[in-house]
Design a protein around this ligand. Sequence first.
Ligand SMILES: NC(=O)C1=CN([C@@H]2O[C@H](COP(=O)(O)OP(=O)(O)OC[C@H]3O[C@@H](n4cnc5c(N)ncnc54)[C@H](O)[C@@H]3O)[C@@H](O)[C@H]2O)C=CC1
Ligand SMILES: O=C(O)[C@@H]1CCC=N1
Length: 254
Amino acid sequence: MKLTLIGNGFMAQALARGLVNNFEVEIIGRDEKKLNEIKTRISEVEVKVMKDMEDITDKNIIFCVKPYALQSVAARLEGKANVLFSILAGTTLDNLKKQIKSKFYIRTMPNVAASVCGSTTTVTGDKEAKNLALELFSYVGKTVWVNTEKQLDVATALAGSGPAFLSLVAESLSDGAVKAGLERSISNELVKGLFSGYAKLLETTHPALIKDSVMSPGGTTAAGMGKLEEGAVRDAMIKAVEAANDKANEIGQK
Ligand SMILES: NC(=O)C1=CN([C@@H]2O[C@H](COP(=O)(O)OP(=O)(O)OC[C@H]3O[C@@H](n4cnc5c(N)ncnc54)[C@H](O)[C@@H]3O)[C@@H](O)[C@H]2O)C=CC1
Ligand SMILES: O=C(O)[C@@H]1CCC=N1
């Protein structure tokens, strides 16, 4: 099967890397220089500069442009696709249906870890394309089907934006260690190990239990936890996910 990725940005490349081993993949974009660079990095993909009008008849499209570009790109697509898989944050199925003709429509939310086959991708849309969608995105990590777009928007806030939120945690922990006198290279190495070890623990253990197992009475962790609560980190994380979800809804209303 052939997949056509429209857009040549970060996510299109991340997805292409995971998909080329199992599908024919073409990337259609507007930036010829970038497309040629992609071709040198991922030799199996076909790359193509977008024409004034692009025929998408019977194609399986993964739509990878920014949400604000939907209308202008859609105006250059003619014909009726087979399945349109959209990765656009917030952009509703209704809006996609108004702009691009396809037999079936799927909304997905991968994350940046797709580039290392570590995305957890939520998927919703037409049941007829459910199995294909779940299979396709399983080549870049795990997939989770959700029944509503509302759930997909919350998943966008948690799992789509999540890598950025965790980056803030990773970077600031390393900064803390440097502030306390540890070399940056050692601090960064420890943060990497911390995240990968923690990810393994989290597979089997609830975070509250992990926390309890680390936090000794009157110990170092308790001292640090006090500061995190003082800084309202928990509240800030909850509000970050809420705000990201609100933004997805706002994009959906445009
Ligand atoms: N970056 C991330 O972690 C994630 C992003 N997404 C979604 O993926 C989509 C793409 O995001 P990124 O790859 O991060 O962005 P990007 O900026 O790297 O790529 C966007 C692509 O859209 C193209 N584009 C923009 N306006 C265009 C226009 N008027 N005509 C033709 N092409 C146009 C750009 O040339 C580029 O190829 C967005 O809709 C975003 O919501 C979804 C999950 C995670
Ligand atoms: O920030 C954004 O809008 C996109 C969606 C999820 C991750 N990045």
